[in-house]
Design a binder for this molecule. Structure first.
Ligand code: PMM
Length: 291
């Protein structure tokens, strides 16, 4: 069995051949994201953080200008563009590989024109009817996350018969729709969307069954970083942990996801997850994944 996770088409060569799970650093240029909201709203602070994420081991920096925390309302498009574009431009000119975290085609297009090399759409093409058509011509990897509704309504939709099977079926539908819109399947990355219309037990089931999602034949991205289910776990273990205290637990999820063959993990603090994915790569190369 090949120990390296498959890469999507269109990825810069520097990232395509690393032979391990990639680490994507989170850069939320928002006033209200659940873990880092408000810290990097000023462009200068955001750019400095993006460069620091790379220095800490991020292979890609994921720039987002709209919070998706549970209950969040939509950000006006002009605000989203004004937040992300100066940051994308500055990071690209600094040689940082940038992914754009957006549900909007107009933002994705502007970011690609500014040099972004990946589009990360938490709605998987559902929020903006123009997104799939844009991505059909873009020739950059497109991350399609499992999503059921905007964040303001998602808690009510955390109902599944069998969460792993249901997410696999719904992601399969998104993939089919992307392909029928003209996106070559090779460009698509799938993501179970931990925490999006999912409670803690749903997240654990998905994390434990990533291989069933890999059966869809596309690379996987996993975003567990600092999410509430990790806080609940640590609280229950008598170790109450706010978002900033969840990085060791996040790194553990990175090791598990990478060991299961994930292509990329999305994290707020890259250094421990970088170590975690190296451990997983060595473990897979030694035959761990086939045991
Ligand atoms: N989670 C968040 C935002 N963007 N993108 C992908 N592909 N997967 C995720 O799980 C994901 C995401 C929410 O977390 P944040 O507010 O800390 O960025």
């Amino acid at each position: 069995m090949d120990a390296s996770p498959a890469s999507p088409a269109g990825l810069p060569a520097a990232l395509a051949d690393l032979g391990r799970c990639l680490v994507m650093g989170v850069l939320n240029v928002t006033p209200d994201s659940f873990s880092d909201g408000g810290r990097f709203l000023a462009a200068d602070a955001a750019i400095e953080r993006g460069v620091a994420l790379r220095a800490a081991g991020a292979d890609l920096v994921d720039v987002g200008g709209e919070s998706t925390r549970p209950g969040a309302h939509r950000t006006p498009v002009a605000d989203e563009l004004a937040r992300v574009l100066p940051v994308v431009r500055a990071l690209v000119s600094d040689g940082v590989l940038v992914s754009i975290d957006t549900m909007r085609a107009v933002v994705a297009q502007a970011a690609i024109e500014a040099g972004a090399v990946v589009v990360n759409d938490v709605s998987g093409g559902l929020a903006d009817p123009a997104m799939l058509a844009l991505m059909a011509g873009a020739r950059v990897p497109y991350v399609v996350m499992h999503w059921r509704s905007p964040s303001a309504q998602m808690a009510a939709l955390a109902e599944y018969d069998d969460v792993v099977r249901d997410v696999r079926v719904e992601l399969g539908r998104r993939l089919a729709e992307a392909v029928s819109a003209g996106i070559e399947p090779g460009y698509v990355v799938l993501d179970p969307g931990l925490g999006f219309a999912k409670d803690g037990s749903h997240n654990w089931s998905l994390l434990a069954h990533l291989r069933e999602l890999e059966a869809l034949g596309r690379p996987l991205l996993v975003g567990a970083s600092r999410k509430r289910f990790l806080g609940e776990l640590l609280d229950a273990a008598g170790d109450p942990a706010g978002p900033d205290d969840r990085d060791p637990a996040t790194a553990a999820t990175s090791a598990l996801a990478a060991a299961a063959g994930a292509w990329c993990v999305r994290v707020h603090e890259p250094a421990p997850s970088r170590d975690a994915v190296l451990v997983a790569a060595a473990w897979r190369a030694a035959g761990g994944a086939s045991q």
